[in-house]
Design a protein around this ligand. Sequence first.
Ligand SMILES: Cc1ncc(COP(=O)(O)O)c(C=O)c1O
Length: 400
Amino acid sequence: MALNVSVEELKKIRTPFYFYDMDLLDRTLRTVKTLSDRYGISVHYAVKANNDSRILRKISEYGFGADCVSGNEVLLCAENGFCGEKIMFAGVGKTDKEIYDALKTGIYAFNVESVEELKNIDAMAAHLGVRARIQLRINPNVDAHTHRYITTGLDENKFGITKEGFKGAVEAVKNCSNVDFLGIQFHIGSQITDVENIYVQACRKMNEIVAEIEALGLEVRSIDLGGGLGINYEDPDAELIPDFATWMKTVAENLKVRSNQVVHIEPGRSIVGQCGSLIARVLYVKNGQKKNFAIVDAGMNDLIRPALYQAYHKTENLCAEAEGRGAGKYDVVGPVCESSDVFGSDREIGLTERGDLIAIRSAGAYGSVMASMYNAKHFAQSVYSDDLASAEKQIDWFTR
Ligand SMILES: Cc1ncc(COP(=O)(O)O)c(C=O)c1O
């Protein structure tokens, strides 16, 4: 376990909570900064992965841009240090209010996903007397070989404009008098682990698309490959900082870029995934006929990925490890009244007792942002490694 904090300190904190290793986040961001400077790639953090204010502030301190998918994400970024000119706004269903706010903020670009949306943005820009910068989001029909819920670049997905729609979209752009066309964006999917192979294909596809769009008469100055770099969920400690080097090298070597063009990427999971763990307390250990259950106080309302995508998160019994106890096998389950409220089945973790702390690792991305109050549960608090003192403390009901 590599949480860089003593179990005794964590025990005092009210569970469940998201624990963020701010030092790891810093080291990850430094790696991304060094590599993106080396390859001349402009990085826009995908805010949907985690929109915690402290995390946003840290990311904005590195000078990165943001990729947002709602008006509130745009506002959160503006409040947390991101410069408006580095904010992109994507999403298939932008409301008029969201477009209005983004035009007022003066963002870098809208990633436009349909001709109807384009016309709406043009009309709203005319009304406000401003110009709207846009990139066209294309559906490249590239298979990212990932879970079907997080693949986004196939013809059957709802995102972007398909090849058949290029001509119409380009004509529509030409007819918009309040829109400045910057370029092309796509995002093929998330949690991509076959990095070299998939991004070579993505770059080739992007080269073809840029050539097609330019042949239709628009100059492409901005090329945006989206996010998608995967992280090591099985063994996070073996790869706390994901392989940004292979990703950016592959992009730099395979994308055709002229000197007047800028390349953008939109990583989310790979930036914040490994710095977060969901920490839960064992309420009860129940030895069933066929299984032993470690019932914890965090549930699918706190982290829905296992229930939603059958996602794997490594689970560790921090107390058993600290005390060097032997191993046991458990289903680690939450308290929510759903059979899918399971963090892991048949997990080999330390011999477990009531009161132990369980770390559900690699939960920094698509964790707290997807939490709900299902079963009227409270949201888990966020605790930062560099500010443990301000975490709410656990109340011990029995000894009070
Ligand atoms: C358009 C777009 N960009 C970037 C991302 C971030 O992807 P990831 O977290 O896999 O890097 C997503 C995720 O769904 C996305 O839809």
